[in-house]
Design a protein around this ligand. Structure first.
Ligand SMILES: NC(=O)c1ccc[n+]([C@@H]2O[C@H](COP(=O)([O-])OP(=O)(O)OC[C@H]3O[C@@H](n4cnc5c(N)ncnc54)[C@H](OP(=O)(O)O)[C@@H]3O)[C@@H](O)[C@H]2O)c1
Length: 291
């Protein structure tokens, strides 16, 4: 019998939609209810939904992901990023269902100069990172829960507007764009992340893993690569974070190490540049579509 997955956030989320696609291609049965179809904050409703649908795996991609807005709405961010994981974790434990949960590079403060391992001490700089870290902790505290926590970063994919598609939208009509150069991270393609998540699942992995495409980039380098790839005549001008004030502090360096992932799965993630090209050629190149 095929595995059956519930993908929370699979209807509209940037990552969730690609998880649904990859699982279906692998022959899984998948359900992905919208927020109108399932009240995620009701333990009872969630319990019945998972039980009645005979779900074996729950992928939780639901999160409060607006880093800036989280500074103004910390309660809402805590509800989705800490309270909800606890609810879904407890339900999965009761039903003996394997939970795959996503977290972020923003649990780190950026003081390191080499890629962060899962064993490095987190120290978030903003409300989003703090709430996501709390979400990880509540899940790891649930005894006997089979949970895989995947920290990832800087996602781009076709499901939804993201940094790359926003830059391209702007670059179509502008002769220059200022982009921050002093924040460095791990750009990651949602389709690759979905495939790599499945590889970890095949190994029955639990605990915390870092999963990103290989390599590193600043926001400026990522923007430049995307603009070059599509041949847009927009100049990308590097600026300092100081000249682009934001409410939420960001780590200057949040590159994630994929060592543990490679050792566990035997898979070497491809570089973000290769992945970016595939994303751009598949979705934008020569199509004239609205980004
Ligand atoms: N995006 C990134 O660059 C990035 C980087 C690092 C880590 N991550 C992590 O990766 C995971 C996926 O991120 P993402 O960018 O794919 O997220 P996203 O696109 O913002 O999707 C979030 C999903 O959660 C749903 N949702 C939000 N509030 C809800 C509520 N109250 N009830 C029901 N559903 C609700 C949204 O549904 P609606 O469409 O109905 O609002 C959407 O489907 C998250 O855990 C995030 O923290 C993301």
């Amino acid at each position: 019998m095929a595995n059956k997955a519930l993908v929370l956030g699979g209807k509209t989320g940037l990552l969730g939609q690609d998880i649904v696609e990859v699982l279906k291609k692998e022959g899984w049965e998948v359900i992905a209810p919208s927020r109108e179809e399932l009240n995620i904050f009701s333990s009872q409703e969630l319990y019945s939904y998972i039980k009645d649908n005979e779900v074996d795996f729950v992928f939780n991609t639901i999160a409060y992901t607006q880093v800036e807005k989280a500074e103004e709405e910390p309660k809402k961010a805590f509800e989705l990023n800490k309270v909800f994981p606890k609810i879904v974790g407890n339900v999965c434990k009761e039903l003996d269902v394997y939970l795959i949960h996503y977290s972020t590079d923003f649990v780190f403060d950026g003081q390191k100069e080499t890629p962060y391992e899962d064993t490095d001490e987190p120290h978030p700089l903003n409300v989003y990172g703090q709430t996501k870290l709390e979400g990880e902790k509540v899940l790891l505290e649930i005894p006997d829960l089979e949970v895989l926590i995947i920290r990832t970063a800087w996602l781009f994919g076709r499901g939804k507007l993201n940094f790359v598609s926003k830059i391209l939208n702007l670059a179509k009509n502008k002769s220059s764009l200022n982009v921050v150069h002093d924040q460095v991270g791990s750009p990651t393609y949602t389709l690759d992340l979905a495939r790599y998540s499945l590889a970890l699942l095949h190994k029955k992995s639990t605990g915390i893993f870092h999963v990103v495409n290989a390599g590193q980039a600043s926001w400026c380098e990522l923007a430049q690569e995307a603009v070059n790839c599509l041949g847009l005549a927009c100049q990308i001008i590097p600026i300092s974070s100081k000249d682009f004030p934001q409410k939420a502090k960001r780590p200057a360096y949040s590159v994630l190490s994929i060592n543990k992932f490679v050792q566990t799965t035997g898979i070497q993630p491809r570089s973000w540049i290769q992945a970016l090209r595939e994303y751009l050629y598949a979705n934008f190149y020569g199509s004239g579509v609205n980004f």
